[in-house]
Design a protein around this ligand. Structure first.
Ligand code: MRU
Length: 366
């Protein structure tokens, strides 16, 4: 992804010292572009928990590097213990995103092959880099498959603008590069298809308003910000050709956990015969849970609802109170869209029905 025409990933080892991992502090976007160094496991846990980084793929990549940082700082003779404790801490840092546990387990499994602590540390670094590279490669690959859907829509509309509605941020900022929901959009732009994106603001953290709209602007994709409740109206008026969202965890039976409010978009899409697609790298599949209702739903602080942050005219980012101070708020962060409302899943291996048999056919090794 380009920021002011310079290419960035969302996480990378410092080229001068690979014991420092660099991230972009997303709490400050779009107002300030701040690069933050992580040097300890605790830095990585805080970055995930407090959402300096966020989004399924990037949470996974950060967890991978967090495991590596735990190995860097482990006392001699205690590397295995340090990694086990790190795994436990990271697993708890955000409960819904599947990529987190997937990345932690992948590092734990890989380091077992190391014959001594030095080698285990090297393996942890290499595996964390592989996780990040693979995340970017999978998003790029699924973009090509998603492009085919957009091409068909464009053909059916004889080249008229294709209006895509997205929720939250399943873009570059939620992954290491490209994004899941945005990869097909970037591919369509590159293929010369006329595209416009409706961006849900995505209360309360405003990932759509703050991140997706900014990210699309950086890539010159025409987009318009809408309130979270506007989607149904736009669909009734024929102003949405496709809903395209990401996911934090999808069961191998096709139920989709995504940012709170996604389910309502899926219902509105169903009622208006608008195709509803979910884009995901296979690292987001949960191969054990059969029923989406078993996915743990993160509950965050109600303060995210009762207060709001933004840029003050004096140039600082300030948080102000929206409600009466005693207002009680409950903040469920994700909801489950049942497989029956999903038109298809766009993965790095192709497009598949949100249905157990079809998913296992595409990923037979699972
Ligand atoms: O709470 P977040 O910002 O980490 O939530 C993740 C999301 O941005 C969305 O749910 C997204 O659509 C899926 S993550 C690829």
């Amino acid at each position: 992804m380009n920021i002011n025409k310079q290419h960035y990933r969302t996480i990378w080892p410092d080229p001068e010292n690979d014991e420092t991992i660099m991230i972009i502090d997303q709490r400050q976007l779009p107002h300030k572009f701040v690069i933050e160094p992580l040097t300890t496991l605790n830095d990585a846990v805080v970055a995930i928990k407090d959402m300096h980084v966020r989004g399924a793929g990037l949470i996974g990549a950060t967890a991978g590097f967090g495991m590596y940082l735990a190995s860097v700082n482990a006392r001699d003779g205690f590397l295995n213990d340090a990694l086990e404790q790190a795994a436990e801490l990271l697993d708890k840092s955000r409960p819904t995103a599947r990529n987190l546990k997937w990345a932690v387990d992948r590092i734990l499994e890989a380091v077992e092959k190391g014959i001594d602590e030095a080698e285990k540390k090297t393996i942890a670094f290499q595996t964390a880099c592989e996780i990040a590279d693979e995340d970017a490669a999978f998003c790029k690959a699924l973009g090509k498959h998603g492009l085919e859907i957009i091409k068909d829509l464009s053909k059916a509309k004889e080249g008229e603008t294709i209006n895509i509605l997205t929720h939250c941020n399943a873009g570059w900022l939620a992954f290491v590069d490209y994004g899941s929901a945005t990869a097909p959009i970037y591919a369509a732009r590159d293929a010369g298809i006329d595209i416009h994106v409706w961006v849900d603001e995505t209360r309360p953290w405003n990932q759509g308003a703050r991140l997706t709209a900014w990210e699309l602007q950086q890539e010159n994709i025409p987009c318009t910000l809408i309130t979270d409740n506007a989607g149904g109206h736009l669909m009734q008026k024929g102003m949405v050709d496709m809903v395209l969202v990401g996911t934090d965890r999808t069961t191998h039976t096709g139920d989709v956990a995504n940012k709170i409010g996604t389910y309502l978009k899926a219902l509105a899409a169903h009622d208006n015969q608008v195709p509803f697609y979910v884009a995901l790298p296979s690292s987001t599949f949960d191969w054990e849970i059969d029923d989406g209702n078993e996915i743990p739903i993160e509950e965050r602080s109600g303060d995210e609802i009762t207060a709001i942050s933004g840029l003050h005219s004096n140039g600082t980012i300030e948080t102000i109170q929206l409600t009466a101070p005693e207002t009680r708020a409950v903040n469920y962060s994700f909801d489950i869209t049942p497989a029956r409302l999903v038109t298809g899943l766009i993965t790095e291996r192709g497009i598949v029905a949100a249905e157990k048999q079809a998913i296992h056919k595409l990923f037979p090794e699972k």
